[in-house]
Ligand binder design. Structure first.
Ligand SMILES: Nc1ncnc2c1ncn2[C@@H]1O[C@H](COP(=O)(O)O)[C@@H](OP(=O)(O)O)[C@H]1O
Ligand SMILES: [Mg+2]
Length: 254
């Protein structure tokens, strides 16, 4: 198998899981949000596990929806290749009629780096992929936009926006927020206070391929396939904005 095949496979799997999620939304309706969320998480997870087991039988998989036992299975720590997937990121938004800020994440971690990835945004009719990385529009100087969680934004983010001259844009799903940086709808995404490897691996793979800044909020490297999959904070931004955002965050946390 060539490396190119992994890029295409990530995109195909994310798109097919997304197509199934649209069908589940259609079939279940929005009457009972908990039922719809559970059906979405389960349906996308089972499809991705079956497809990866069939198409990449020697690789490990770390999925948000795997059992706790499977997620903590130490075998993936000595594996060369681990697929890190979030079958449905933005589960809350998936269950809200009319919202399109939810995503399917499929990433491949290989010997220490993110080697391939895709983020399907089924309700937006697009998939962002390392097979054909997006080209974010260049930064036009002046005020800019920072995407934040709708429900759990970092406590410092209002002050940060004031400090750097930005407006906050609440969007659901880490994948949808990072995609918004890549498509030019916002210029940055800041999160702190909790998150896991599957929430960011695939969109970070695409962002890195697109030449966008990705790091922890202290500027250090995001590392994946760790024993503890907690990865609680992240900064994704157009490269020109990273130094002032990192300096602002540092000042506010002092
Ligand atoms: N404080 C926190 N602790 C744990 N997970 C968090 C979190 N804040 C956000 N997340 C996770 O990050 C993803 C994006 O969140 P948000 O839309 O609020 O930005 C969601 O993934 P899931 O939808 O896959 O659960 C959410 O559960
Ligand atoms: Mg998630």
């Amino acid at each position: 198998m060539t490396i190119r095949d992994d890029h295409a496979l990530a995109a195909d799997l994310a798109e097919e899981a997304g197509r199934r999620l649209l069908e589940i939304r259609e079939r279940e309706g929005f009457g009972d949000a908990a039922v719809l969320r559970a059906a979405g998480d389960r349906g996308a997870h089972l499809y991705l596990m079956e497809a990866l087991g069939r198409l990449r039988p020697s690789d490990s998989v770390l999925s948000e929806e795997s059992s706790r036992e499977d997620r903590l299975d130490p075998r993936r720590l000595s594996a060369d290749r681990v697929w890190i997937v979030d079958p449905l990121d933005g589960t809350r938004e998936f269950s809200e009629e009319g919202r399109s800020d939810w995503a399917v994440h499929v990433a491949l971690w290989e010997r220490g780096t993110l080697a391939a990835g895709a983020v399907a945004l089924p309700a937006q009719g697009r998939t962002l992929t390392t097979a054909d990385p997006p080209k974010p529009p260049p930064y036009a100087k002046g005020r800019f936009r920072i995407a934040v969680s709708r429900t759990r934004p970092p406590e410092f983010v209002q002050k940060l926006a004031y400090l750097v001259g930005a407006d906050l844009v609440p969007i659901g799903s880490a994948g949808a927020k990072i995609s918004a940086v890549l498509t030019g709808d916002v210029e940055a995404y800041v999160h702190a206070g909790g998150q896991y490897e599957w929430d960011s691996a695939a969109p970070v793979a695409v962002a890195q391929a697109a030449g966008v800044h990705t790091s922890r909020i202290d500027g250090t490297v995001l590392t994946y396939n760790q024993a503890d999959p907690s990865l609680p904070d992240i900064l994704v931004s157009l490269p020109e904005l990273a130094p002032s955002l990192l300096a602002g965050i540092r000042d506010l946390q002092r």
